[in-house]
Design a protein around this ligand. Structure first.
Ligand SMILES: [Zn+2]
Length: 507
């Protein structure tokens, strides 16, 4: 039965198979989605073709998804994709966040931001959580990032990354293993800003400024061991005052779990216990990685409503391990998905992340459990939205929600025959089918190409800045190579040190 499209309809997505919350996710029925301005105005079996002022998107033979939410991403090292083989996390950080880089040019910051956003959009992401390190902080860089995102038209949950403790003090065995003269080479750019109260500056210049339509602010304390109690408390005080989500890294590697055991006896060696006792644990917090959480800490996350963001690609490439996906699910912890840095993941591809989520859930508990395909899709959409405190606006295809949609062309071997849309999305589709992407009711990808900015100009901008980037990256690589014997020794010590693995949900 057809009916008239709602008043104010500006765009009609016609004849696709939307994964609405109530649909059969294996055989989703065809439906039309009416969009008025930036929001979904209605979803019905069929709307009358409205007058010619309404744009029609022919979605026949397309699966229609809520746009993916990349819940953990850093745009600062986009140009370093594919530069590294698999290396341990502690070594990788020296490549990804070197403080010894000469200051970057505005052109480079702009090019990398555009390129990263392009890759995200082309793989169906409509929202990215950019936890950005700008070191040394430069307001012109911040402006370039904001302008690039605005031009591309992607939704951004933006946080600056900060810390007030030096990296070398937070990694087991480093201080004693490396000769003192090498210590200055071991810090990274996620370090205390020397000249600026970054959080205060961010509050004054951004949080108090008028809202931007596609940008929402977040806070990014780099990780609890790199942030003092005072800094974590100040962060959460701001987060509560402005109702902001907070993103931080936790227990990505064995070394990070070991560091907590060695330095936090008063909290039974548990970082999450420390945060709970400091009064900062709450639903605004999102813990990227969460690979080495103990069972007790998983229960604390559940109790306080804090969430995890799993980044399976980087965790595997940097030899970190497998997150306890099933234990998190069973405890009722919010679990979102991210693709992390380009120098470790390396792809910003939610299809890969969803597939690994489903497969690694099997490793983290071999007993059959809940259907993981649907869980992976929810992690890539709704849970990321919830963690960003945008769960009432994005992450689902529902009337009143923002029109952030990704259309997948099902005229492809991955989709023939159609046995289960959910399972084929997670286990077969790898991104080849992304055809159309809408953000906030606007078409930004059409026919598989970015339309908001000419893609060719982005590739050209990248080519222009690469000679400078390559030269500096080669210097950093040479510096890390000099440190290699000590890095290897420290890594061996981390692996050999005893860790109370019986507290972990699986080994
Ligand atoms: Zn990260």
């Amino acid at each position: 039965m057809t009916e008239r499209a709602p008043a104010g309809t500006t765009l009609l997505v016609q004849g696709g198979r939307p994964l609405t919350p109530g649909a059969d996710w294996h055989q989703p029925a065809c439906a039309d989605i009416a969009i008025a301005g930036d929001a979904i105005a209605g979803i019905r079996d069929r709307y009358d073709v409205p007058d010619r002022s309404v744009e029609i998107v022919d979605a026949r033979d397309h699966l229609v998804l809520p746009g993916f939410v990349n819940a953990h991403y850093h745009s600062h090292d986009v140009l370093a994709k594919g530069t590294l083989e698999e290396v341990p996390l502690e070594t990788w950080r020296l490549y990804a966040l070197p403080p010894q880089y000469p200051p970057r040019s505005v052109e480079e910051v702009r090019a990398r931001t555009l390129l990263g956003a392009l890759e995200c959009l082309r793989s169906g992401m409509t929202t990215i959580q950019d936890m950005l390190t700008l070191y040394p902080y430069d307001e012109r860089h911040m402006e370039a990032v904001m302008a690039a995102y605005e031009q591309v038209g992607i939704r951004v949950v933006f946080a600056l990354q900060y810390a007030d403790r030096k990296g070398i003090e937070t990694i087991p065995f480093w201080k004693d293993t490396f000769p003192a003269e090498l210590h200055p080479l071991l810090s990274t750019a996620a370090e205390p800003e020397r000249k600026l109260d970054l959080l205060g500056h961010f509050e004054a210049t951004r949080l108090k400024a008028p809202a931007r339509p596609l940008v929402s602010w977040a806070l990014g304390p780099s990780s609890p061991e790199r942030c003092s109690t005072a800094l974590m408390q100040r962060t959460m005080e701001l987060a509560r005052r402005y109702d902001l989500p907070v993103y931080t890294h936790i227990y990505e590697s064995r070394g990070m779990a070991l560091q907590a055991r060695l330095t936090l006896p008063q909290y039974s060696g548990l970082l999450i216990r420390r945060l709970a006792d400091e009064g900062v644990l709450d639903p605004r917090l999102n813990f990227a990685h969460s690979v080495w959480l103990s069972q007790e800490e998983i229960e604390l996350l559940a109790e306080h409503g804090a969430g995890a963001v799993i980044n399976p690609q980087g965790n595997l490439k940097m030899k970190c391990g497998i997150p306890p996906i099933r234990a998190l699910q069973e405890a009722g912890v919010r679990v979102a998905l991210g693709c992390d840095n380009c120098s470790c993941s390396d792809a910003q591809n939610m299809f890969v992340a969803m597939k690994l989520f489903a497969l690694l859930a099997a490793v983290s508990d071999p007993i059959p459990g809940p259907p993981q395909a649907a869980a992976a899709i929810r992690a890539a959409t709704q849970s990321g939205a919830d963690g960003a405190r945008l769960g009432d606006r994005i992450g689902r295809i529902e009337e009143g929600f923002k029109a952030d949609l990704t259309l997948i062309d099902m005229n492809d071997p991955s989709w023939s025959p159609l046995n289960s849309a959910a399972r084929q999305l997670v286990h077969l589709e790898a991104g080849r089918g992304v055809r159309t992407v809408l953000v906030n009711g606007r078409i930004v990808v059409r026919g598989g190409k970015l339309v908001s900015v000419d893609e060719g100009t982005i590739y050209e901008a990248v080519k222009t800045v690469m000679p400078g980037f390559r030269k500096d990256f080669a210097e950093i690589s040479a510096r890390v190579a000099k440190l290699q014997p000590w890095l290897d020794r420290a890594h061996r010590q981390i692996l050999d040190a005893e860790l109370d693995v019986e507290r972990l949900p699986f080994r």
